[in-house]
Design a protein around this ligand. Sequence first.
Ligand code: DX5
Ligand code: ZN
Length: 222
Amino acid sequence: MRKIEVSPSILAADFSKLGVEVKKIEDVANYVHIDVMDGHFVPNLTFGYIVARAVKSVTDLPLDSHLMVENPESLVDEFCEISEIVTVHYETTYHLHRLIQRIKEKEVKAFVALNPHTSVELLEDIIMDVDGVLVMSVNPGFGGQKFIPNVLNKIRKLNDIKKETGLTFKIEVDGGINEETFESVVNAGADILVAGSYIFGSDDPVEAVKILKGQSRNISEG
Ligand code: DX5
Ligand code: ZN
């Protein structure tokens, strides 16, 4: 049975008490998802290394850092110091292969993210080098948006590539994941679910994580 992991996004948490918020999900989540936005690649500005490091200091959960920034080369070294996964967007770099190698040299898992319009086929010559693909199921920049159903095809294509090639990269899905959308995402082949507003907007964040993981256990492999 495929094990589904959950990565709660603190973008939807109360920024005035991030430590308290992260502690809420510490016993049930697999990662803390860190959404770094620069106000250029995406139309929103969040936080950088200093705040992410402060989050790291209050939790034993590994950080899953999602860099939505122009020039990710300027940030990856710092984020590699504090993260288990560092994700860079396909759309943000001319030298993806070099950047992926730089992350992996630091023994950090290197993921590549795809905006909703970016085709899986573009990964043909890099897929064997990445530890994971983050499929954006909303346009990056904001929490609380509606899931884009067309991305299910991309998840299925990635799952087919894994089956055909034997590669073991993880498929992570980010945006609009909630109790109505997660099953189709898991059935299409997702391994890691990112959820912000569904988890931190809930009265019971622990139960919300368990729903994404627990119900997933009853779903057969895609
Ligand atoms: C969007 C971010 C997501 C966001 C998801 O740009 O990458 O991680 O926090 O938020 P929800 O789960 O509310 O769609
Ligand atoms: Zn994200």
